[in-house]
Design a protein around this ligand. Structure first.
Ligand SMILES: Cc1cc2nc3c(=O)[nH]c(=O)nc-3n(C[C@H](O)[C@H](O)[C@H](O)COP(=O)(O)O)c2cc1C
Length: 433
């Protein structure tokens, strides 16, 4: 029997695939479209649905918001937390992960929100820990510029430790609910934390009861060496944009080494790689669909605008048919490195093309051919799963159906993914195999 792997879905509370044949209309703001989507994924046995988020309207591409607003790219977005609550209420097995930035939330607010959401989701809530990567986000929170990466991660280290203290500020047994003595909670077991660190000062205790999981499942996406270290020390799952099998394997091996170095069991840190399968009933149809979409000028512009947004680098300035110069960023360095594939001599146009498949051949095809290929890739990488997404996270019901009713059954027939849930909390589900 092959070793099974995990599935999760990468999306955001943004406009659906609004201007295509199978559009849901471009107004998903009451959340019901995404609740339907989560129910499909729950039937298919996904570990979790992950709601990406950013805290600005980008102007990184061409120094303008035009491309972002015209194509509804990276925005507009609803807040992930209420959507997570809605999904948590309407589902019973799948985990739901909301992105919340350490730059944007005071730690007490975030710790309380996570505890509340984990209650509403009955132990299936996860926090995607991000530090934000854009100057425009910083400018929405009283700063002129984003702090440098090292400082952001140092702040995030302290932030997470502080949240852990708040989540432990209610000792086991603090909730009594004893009608005979008219005691709801034992005040001797709920204590201030008096945290005074380099960046934060919080008294505590949390004014929310302990959540089912004790703390939310932690998801992280650090790609730079500093980001990987933070992720390996902290996260239950790491989501990764890597291009090609060698880069995927290198990433996972490195994370496992770092986790072990930090005294953790590397099997407790699951690595999920982004993949965007293109499916159809025949190979020719799938290739035709891919060629029509991914060779269009609109796709090229949207890709450049999207990578500009996460790196704060204006990619409208580079020649599409030349190699990129070496670039660094205070934004998402890991995503930039994965996109640019330094040293391979590719033109920007080729890089845009590779991004569609994340450097993996064989992810365009029939459900059976793609399932077979994903099985091969996982075997070569060693684990742990795929984070399925669609271009620019724009989804329609046809695509959801192709994945959940086509690809996943093909994976299940091969024994590659779960057919049922056996655990009740998200962290247990992630650690099931
Ligand atoms: C797959 C993936 C998903 C991410 N999702 C978000 C997100 O929703 N919000 C956000 O602000 N950053 C997001 N990031 C950025 C990371 O959290 C991290 O800040 C970024 O990769 C910069 O860290 P690095 O320089 O260590 O790579 C994501 C990154 C990746 C690779």
């Amino acid at each position: 029997m092959p070793k099974p792997f995990h599935l999760a879905w990468f999306m955001n509370f943004a406009v659906d695939d609004w201007n295509t044949t199978y559009s849901a209309g471009g107004k998903p703001w009451d959340g019901s479209f995404y609740v339907d989507m989560a129910l499909s994924m729950e039937r298919a046995g996904f570990d979790f649905i992950m709601i990406e988020d950013t805290l600005m309207m980008s102007e990184a591409y061409g120094e303008s918001s035009e491309a972002y607003l015209k194509y509804a790219l990276m925005g507009p977005k609803g807040d992930p937390a209420p959507l997570a609550a809605l999904i948590g209420q309407k589902t019973s097995k799948i985990g739901v992960v909301a992105t919340m930035s350490t730059l944007g939330y005071p730690p007490f607010m975030l710790a309380r929100l996570c505890a509340t959401l984990d209650h509403i989701c009955k132990g299936r809530f996860g926090w995607n820990i991000v530090t934000s990567g854009e100057d425009l986000a910083a400018q929405n929170f009283g700063m002129d510029h984003l702090p440098p990466r090292e400082v952001r991660y140092e702040m995030a280290d302290e932030y997470v430790q502080l949240c852990l203290k708040l989540w432990s500020s209610w000792e086991p047994g603090a909730v009594v609910r004893d009608q005979a003595t008219n005691t709801y909670a034992d005040y001797t077991k709920v204590k201030p934390i008096n945290h005074e660190g380099k960046y934060f000062k919080v008294r505590g205790p949390l004014n929310t009861t302990p959540m089912p999981q004790g703390r939310p499942a932690f998801v992280q996406a650090g790609g730079s060496p500093r980001g990987r270290q933070f992720a390996a020390e902290t996260a239950d799952s790491i989501i990764v944009a890597a291009t090609g099998i060698p880069a995927m394997k290198e990433f996972r091996d490195d994370i496992r080494r770092r986790a072990e170095g930090a005294g953790r069991n590397p099997d407790d840190v699951k690595v999920f790689f982004i993949v965007q399968p293109i499916l159809a009933e025949t190979m020719d149809e799938a290739k035709d669909r891919h060629d029509r979409y991914f060779n269009s000028d609109t796709y090229i512009e949207m890709t450049l605008a999207s990578i500009s947004s996460v790196t704060d680098i204006d990619f409208s300035k580079f020649d599409l048919d030349a190699e990129l110069p070496r670039l660094t960023t205070n934004g998402e360095q890991g995503s930039l490195d994965a996109f640019a594939q330094w040293g391979k001599g590719k033109t920007l146009r080729q890089l845009v093309k590779d991004r569609a498949t994340r450097g993996l051949d064989g992810v365009i095809g029939t459900p059976d051919s793609v399932a077979e290929r994903l099985g091969d890739v996982m075997e070569q990488v060693g684990g742990d799963g795929f984070l399925i997404s669609s271009p620019f996270q724009k989804v329609n019901r046809q695509y959801i159906n192709q994945i959940c009713e086509g690809l996943v059954p093909a994976l299940q027939r091969r024994g590659l993914t779960r057919t049922t849930y056996t655990k009740s909390t998200l962290r247990e589900t992630m650690r099931e195999f």
